[in-house]
Design a binder for this molecule. Structure first.
Ligand code: MG
Length: 179
């Protein structure tokens, strides 16, 4: 799956708690001197699905922090949440920082079975510490089974909560590879 994040730097004229009226923002942004630099990041992740333990090496199926009832699950050192891993990498990538594998090595027993929301939450903090805020997220999940279908909104809402943005700022597309 692929996550794309868009960040824009907080202008001192536009702090989060003191937002000027939209017409002001428009005027400020037209003046190149005050234009906040926008950075875009891209993330990708892939996890193999296997029957859930003890039948196989799969962990319970979790995507975007949401648990699905499914007989197969991702193989991974953490909980194997490919969507959260890709978004984490998109945020870190936008800043030009170390990627998820460098920040949270899969050789570290502390991350064995870890809830991946922990990684994403840390990446969101890093974004804020660097003086940026998240603009929007556009993500594509490539998955045969289970289908995202009815749970898309649940995932979007959950992601928006973690990222500190509105649900309308999070987009999620589900694709299956046609065979
Ligand atoms: Mg991963």
């Amino acid at each position: 799956d692929v996550g794309r994040g868009c960040l824009s730097r907080q202008s001192p004229l536009n702090p989060p708690s003191l937002t000027p009226p939209p017409i002001w923002i428009d005027k400020i942004q037209r003046m190149s001197f005050f234009s906040p630099p926008t950075r875009i990041g891209h993330g990708y992740d892939l996890h193999r699905l296997e029957p859930i333990a003890p039948k196989g090496a799969g962990r319970p199926f979790i995507l975007g922090g949401i648990r699905f009832d499914h007989d197969r699950g991702p193989v991974g050192h953490s909980d194997g949440d490919a969507l959260l891993h890709a978004i984490t990498d998109a945020l870190l990538g936008a800043l030009g920082r170390e990627d998820i594998g460098q920040l949270f090595p899969d050789t570290d027993p502390a991350f064995d079975g870890a809830d991946s929301r922990r990684f994403l939450t840390r990446a969101v903090e890093i974004v804020r510490e660097a003086g940026y805020r998240i603009g929007n997220l556009d993500a594509t999940v490539i998955l045969e089974q289970p289908r995202l279908g009815s749970r898309k909104m649940e995932i979007r809402t959950h992601l928006a909560e973690i990222l500190g943005v509105g649900v309308d700022d999070v987009n999620l597309k589900g694709k299956s590879h046609e065979k």
